[in-house]
Design a protein around this ligand. Structure first.
Ligand SMILES: *[C@@H]1O[C@H](CO)[C@@H](O)[C@H](O)[C@H]1NC(C)=O
Ligand SMILES: *[C@@H]1O[C@H](CO)[C@@H](O)[C@H](O)[C@H]1NC(C)=O
Ligand SMILES: *[C@@H]1O[C@H](CO)[C@@H](O)[C@H](O)[C@H]1NC(C)=O
Ligand SMILES: *[C@@H]1O[C@H](CO)[C@@H](O)[C@H](O)[C@H]1NC(C)=O
Length: 288
């Protein structure tokens, strides 16, 4: 009798505890897998091969979210390009650092559909033999995630605090001096001349690009979203993946992305971005 009663009394609690462990592990695994793909050379593969190189099950086809202070991203391609296409490559002279380690320093998931995390993405120089070299800096990203029924990311609201000092350390020079601004403009214009060609051309050559961008606000990495040079220096990285989409963002008009936005609008337009009532995406709808 006692043996029969025990499962009746504790069965549901045990089942619920088991499923809790299941989705906590599942969500942790999804978030860690996403950040692992920012590590070089995993990110390089996605840059060259595009969406097909992203393992199935990480992002829903309609994945949408905001990454403060960079922008809002609509759909799978936009989302994966932000997460992986912007992770640094060992280009430049001396080579930029790359992400060598993605450590989830905080993670909580109170229900199957929502989790919160903080990741530290370590940036190190790359030695000539491809091994990780000297420590340069760490990118911190705090995020809330919503998952679909299968555990893929459906919505995210992420935040990179203090992108400014991080950008200065990883550039290796002060981008805000006259020489630093010039070097940044020269680099953006040289890169777009390689990737924004043919039907995707947005400037009449490098000189036109330099003249146009010199007349624009330079911007700041801490507030990268705007009609400025810094915004274009971020989006130009993505012209390697889908030039037809990203070249206009680097061009004279900013193509709807590198445009001046209203802080009061874009950082709070959750209803527009997520298509559900304010606060709904990142609250647990059930307590199981
Ligand atoms: C993430 O990468 C680390 C280091 O390579 C590895 O140990 C870990 O298993 C990976 N985690 C996932 C979920 O892919
Ligand atoms: C993607 O999310 C939508 C909305 O929640 C859902 O209907 C669809 O089934 C999801 N796709 C997959 C492959 O799970
Ligand atoms: C990543 O960093 C964590 C924390 O510093 C460390 O425990 C782990 O060994 C590192 N992993 C790799 C692959 O370097
Ligand atoms: C900007 O940099 C380019 C390339 O290094 C150089 O030729 C040019 O003189 C610089 N212009 C200014 C105003 O410093």
């Amino acid at each position: 009798m006692i043996f029969l009663l025990v499962p009746l009394l504790f069965g549901p609690a045990l089942l619920s505890a088991a499923s809790k462990v299941h989705w906590q592990k599942r969500n942790l695994n999804t978030v860690q897998s996403i950040y692992n793909l920012t590590i070089y050379p995993a990110n390089a593969k996605i840059l060259t091969e595009g969406a097909s190189a992203v393992p199935a099950g990480l992002f829903n086809a309609t994945a949408t979210g905001r990454v403060t202070p960079v922008g809002e991203f609509f759909g799978f391609d936009d989302s994966i390009e932000y997460f992986f296409g912007l992770a640094p490559l060992p280009t430049g002279q001396p080579p930029n650092g790359v992400i060598t380690n993605a450590t989830l320093v905080a993670f909580a998931s109170g229900c199957a559909e929502v989790a919160a995390s903080t990741v530290y993405l370590t940036v190190r120089a790359l030695n000539a033999d491809g091994s990780a070299g000297a420590y340069i800096s760490t990118l911190k990203q705090v995020a809330f995630w919503r998952f679909d029924k299968s555990g893929a990311v459906l919505q995210y609201d992420a935040w990179i605090p203090s992108l400014d000092p991080f950008a200065l350390l990883t550039h290796g020079f002060d981008v805000y001096t006259p020489a630093g601004m010039n070097a940044t403009i020269q680099a953006v214009c040289a890169q777009q001349a390689l990737t924004c060609v043919g039907a995707n051309t947005v400037y009449d050559g490098v000189d036109d690009c330099v003249t146009t961008l010199t007349d624009k606000a330079f911007g700041r990495f801490d507030e990268a979203w705007g009609d400025n040079v810094v915004c274009r220096s971020i989006h130009v990285l993505l012209t390697k993946i889908r030039p037809e989409v990203h070249c206009p963002h680097v061009g004279p008009t900013g193509g709807g992305k590198c445009i001046d936005v209203s802080y009061n609008d874009v950082y709070f337009n959750d209803q527009f971005l997520f298509g559900s009532p304010l606060g709904e995406p990142f609250h647990c709808s059930s307590d199981e």
